[in-house]
Write a protein of this length. Sequence first.
Length: 271
Amino acid sequence: MEKFSVLLSVYARETAEYFDLALRSIFEQTVVPDEVILVKDGPLTPTLDAVIDRYVAQYSILCVVSLSQNVGLGAALNEGLKHCSYELVARMDSDDICVLDRFEQQLAVWGEHPEFDVIGGWIDEFITNPDCPESVRQLPETQDKIRSFFCSRSPLNHVSVMFRRSKVLAAGGYQSFYLLEDYWLWGRMLAAGARFYNIPAVLVHVRGGQAMAARRGGWKYAKSEIRLQRKFLQLGLINGRVFWKNVAVRFTVRMMPNVLRAFVYQKLLRK
């Protein structure tokens, strides 16, 4: 199997218990990564640092990159990419949980289809128990369907992807785009001709609920959405009709009360 890196970032507001579970789900995979690049996005709490120290002492493949100040997810991931030794890089978030054979599944697909540039999968969302998910975010499997889906929503679950480092860097890497760094990256990669694929199975358990919905609302997020849709229009990824439809729908969702937005995410946009 081809060697690969795992890339994740952690910052001070994360919960140490969730962070520990996320790291454990990486190191207990059926196929263990060849290296794990962990970016400390600014100073952390003592409890988070204690988790890192414990894993560093136990796993030599864990490399910690420390940033002197918080720079945000996009910039932190770009810094981490510089330290990734391998062409294949799997993304992970610091509070989610990989299914036991996530990497094995992705590498198996790559073994049969080396032409793919990004391989993602489904996620399920839970509140307290990952064994009892509230919803599943299923995404289209093949390139044509992914390209069509892109016009209305992000076609990849960022936390689930494994990608070719060279293709991400060729598209300009991660760029600052408030809470939409991944969607903006997928757009630039699609415009450059990248090939995407989604495994039709859950690869990651993600923490959802009203707390997640709250992070996806507000005027600042709405403005970021409109700006992103304008970028897609300029790249020719969407047309004017789709642009105005997306702006209307997304602005409405971002300005909803958190409880209502949580309902939309869990009941209308998930299965």
